[in-house]
Design a protein around this ligand. Structure first.
Ligand code: LLP
Length: 429
């Protein structure tokens, strides 16, 4: 088994802890994270910059994948920065003591209030997404008597092969400025001319859950050309390049992820070649992995309730959570692997449709998942749920959001408390 999983006495262990005991102690549904896996992923990326890019860069954890105070503490301890996309994420990071200078602020529609909050707090980089934002940041910075370091988000025109909703590098996309049409160059000129902005570099993010290094290399090549073009047209040389995140992970055995270091290996080669050809100094590089830092490091534990066989059709195995804690099947048809944690060694020859408890037919965790014959009261573990599960959870049907615990060497601690009914009505008047 992989991803921190092992089996002892027919029980599934994660991060050295017996998941059946965790379910008993903390209740279900329960998000469980393995701290060691999170830290190892941070280090893999960090080391890849050391080894392949002479340490001239920084890893930014894309905190939209799983945002809570403990994650920002871990990222800080690992010496990496974070990517945020809202005032709320920035607030969470700052309240965990995360250094403002290592925060990047993204988003295609940042409000004035969010920009003011970010600038006031000295957020390290703001990644500009549209023309209006250039004026707004310049103005807010001017009023506060500050200079703001910015990047511009560029669409390099690359169509990464992934789900339509999570690809972002192609021209028809709500994020950033188009390279091909010259829009990005216009934006760069405008931002460079703005008195209170310091344009340190450019950013692109081509999509998510990508398994090949090719689109990243292509993006690096296009971005290097763009840096040169901006230099030629404005005389301004930027020194930083942010290539975004999107590195794929294994959800099921159909997925074959590359070792994370491979992305930096290939991208760094490409960048060095491109910069040489263009007579550019190689820029400081940033990468923004989210899913690959926390995805495999998280599992969700549920208790099996109703089991309903529709003869000749399928068996619905219902659990005590669902799209409210993991909307990814409903949104993307995402696939997951799962097993019965209290019968972890039994043969998995039962084909189940795992359903949630929400009042909605599409509320599934997955179809055709092979588990061992389930019984009511079993603990079902759904694997690789660490990214975009808690962060996209909702209170649909007024289900309280589950607790999240962090496990380290078999010891567990609560990092997010389970919501109560009282929490559910706490904002009602
Ligand atoms: N940087 C930027 C600017 C991004 O927009 C994203 C993800 C990342 C980094 C991190 O990408 P990652 O390494 O996690 O793939 N909710 C969807 C994923 C949306 C991704 C949005 N942006 C899902 O559940 O698959």
């Amino acid at each position: 088994m992989e991803y921190g999983l092992s089996i002892k006495n027919n029980h599934l262990y994660f991060g050295g802890a017996d998941t059946v005991e965790l379910a008993k102690q903390y209740g279900t549904p329960l998000y469980v994270f393995d701290e060691q896996l999170i830290r190892e992923a941070c280090r893999d990326y960090k080391n890849s910059i050391e080894n392949y890019y002479d340490g001239n860069g920084m890893v930014l954890y894309a905190s939209k994948a799983f945002s809570c105070k403990e994650m920002y503490r871990i990222a800080n301890e690992e010496g990496i920065g974070v990517d945020t996309v809202s005032g709320g994420e920035i607030y969470t990071a700052l309240s965990a003591g995360f250094p403002a200078e290592n925060i990047f602020f993204h988003g295609n529609n940042k409000t004035d209030a969010e920009l003011e909050y970010a600038i006031e707090n000295g957020i390290g980089h703001i990644v500009i997404d549209d023309f209006g934002e250039i004026d707004r940041i310049n103005e807010i910075a001017g009023k506060m008597g500050k200079k703001v370091t910015v990047m511009l988000r560029v669409k390099p025109g690359i169509d990464a092969h992934t789900h339509d909703f999570i690809k972002t590098g192609q021209n028809d996309c709500k994020f950033g400025f188009t390279y091909e049409s010259g829009e990005a160059l216009e934006a760069a000129k405008k931002a460079i001319a703005a008195k209170n902005l310091v344009v340190s570099g450019f950013h692109c993010h081509i999509g998510s859950q990508i398994f090949s290094t090719d689109p990243f290399c292509l993006a690096a090549e296009v971005m290097a050309k763009f840096i040169k073009q901006v230099e030629a047209e404005t005389g301004h040389t930027v020194t930083e390049l942010n290539l975004g995140g999107g590195f794929g992970i294994r959800y099921t055995e159909e997925d074959e992820p590359l070792p994370y270091a491979e992305f930096m290996n290939m991208v760094s080669r490409q960048l060095k070649v491109s910069c040489k050809e263009l007579s550019l100094t190689v820029p400081k590089i940033y990468i923004e992995p989210g899913r690959s830092i926390v995805g495999p490091a998280g599992i969700t534990l549920y208790t099996v309730g109703s089991i309903k066989t529709i003869p000749g059709i399928r068996t619905y195995v219902s659990v005590d959570g669902g799209m409210s804690d993991n909307p990814r099947y409903a949104l993307y048809g995402a696939k997951y692997d799962a097993l019965i944690a209290n019968k972890a060694e039994n043969p998995r020859n039962f084909v189940a449709t795992i359903a949630g408890k929400c009042c909605e037919s599409g509320d599934l965790i997955g179809e055709n998942i092979k588990i061992t014959t389930p019984e009511t009261g079993d603990i079902l573990a759904v694997l690789a749920t660490g990214a975009y599960n808690y962060s996209m959870a909702s209170n649909y049907n007024r289900l309280p959001r589950p607790s999240a615990i962090m496990v380290k060497n078999g010891e567990a601690r609560v990092i997010i408390k389970r919501e109560t009914f009282e929490d559910l009505i706490s904002k009602d008047v």
